[in-house]
Design a protein around this ligand. Structure first.
Ligand SMILES: O=C(CO)COP(=O)(O)O
Length: 261
């Protein structure tokens, strides 16, 4: 085991300079176990990565406490050039942005990003030295049709076909019906998909990758429901939307402590 708990905060398309200042203040003042204890616990406390909109990345990166990192919410699928409005992986690397979220369901649904396109993006971002939070998840219709695992497997397969090294990838399982709806997956529902996804990796990639890859849950995670979810053996952390803009994000980070209980 030894998968370090991972908590991502996806700010989505939110924030003004004033709001960003406030969120950074909350993050910087939040009580999380100190570094020496973290070192002692090793796998038991969180790797924390917050993802503001592109325009706020430099300011957040420069003001954020050093043990927290930043992620972009997207990047272009290949080398930059004549692609108006896009931001390339090289630019993020150049700015020292270590992480990028790719394949979020909002981009898949609203901007038509296909499984293959997301797979290409993951491969290109990794090739530029970025670490990737790759999002997968089914819609309500797909869940009700009993095809959750088929959907999630197809999304993961499109990535697996394009990459060899999984050490810089975190998979975020985010059921679409749970995103921004207040309708969180039950701990058992999350565990079931996470365990199936880990089995899929074991069979289709390798037992080592299955064992070491963090699979985090996203979809209406709050300070109130995080501990129960975190207690599940295959839930390695969270990708948090709405609650990542609020003080309760600190409580979500601290749910990592249930892994040491
Ligand atoms: O989409 C999400 C994180 O990427 C989840 O959003 P909410 O936590 O607001 O449901």
């Amino acid at each position: 085991m030894g998968r370090k708990f991972f908590v991502g905060g996806n700010w989505k398309c939110n924030g003004t300079t004033d709001q960003v200042d406030k969120i950074v203040k909350i993050l910087n003042e939040g009580q999380v176990p100190p570094t020496d204890v973290v070192a002692l616990w090793n796998c038991c406390i969180a790797e924390v990565v917050v993802s503001p909109p592109y325009v706020f990345l430099p300011v957040v990166k420069s003001q954020l406490r050093p043990e927290f990192q930043v992620a972009a919410q997207n990047c272009w699928v290949k080398k930059g050039g004549a692609f108006t409005g896009e931001v390339s992986a090289e630019m993020l690397a150049n700015l020292g942005v270590p992480w990028v979220i790719l394949g979020h369901s909002e981009r898949r649904a609203l901007l038509g990003e296909s499984n293959e396109f997301v797979g290409d993006k993951v491969a290109y971002a990794l090739s530029q030295g970025l670490k990737v939070i790759a999002c997968v998840g089914e819609t309500l219709e797909q869940r009700e049709a009993g095809s959750t695992m088929d959907v999630v497997a197809a999304q993961t397969k499109a990535i697996a076909e394009k990459i060899k090294d999984w050490s810089n990838v975190v998979i975020a399982y985010e059921p679409v019906w749970a995103i921004g709806t207040g309708k969180v997956a039950t701990p058992d529902q999350a565990q079931e998909v996470h365990a199936s996804l880990r089995d899929w990796l074991k069979i289709n990639v390798s037992p080592e990758v299955a064992d070491s890859t963090r699979i985090i849950y996203g979809g209406s995670v709050t300070g109130a429901n995080c501990k129960e979810l975190a207690a599940k053996p295959d839930v390695d952390g969270f990708l948090v939307g709405g609650a990542s803009l609020k003080p309760e994000f600190i409580d979500i980070i601290n749910s990592a402590t249930v892994k040491s209980a």
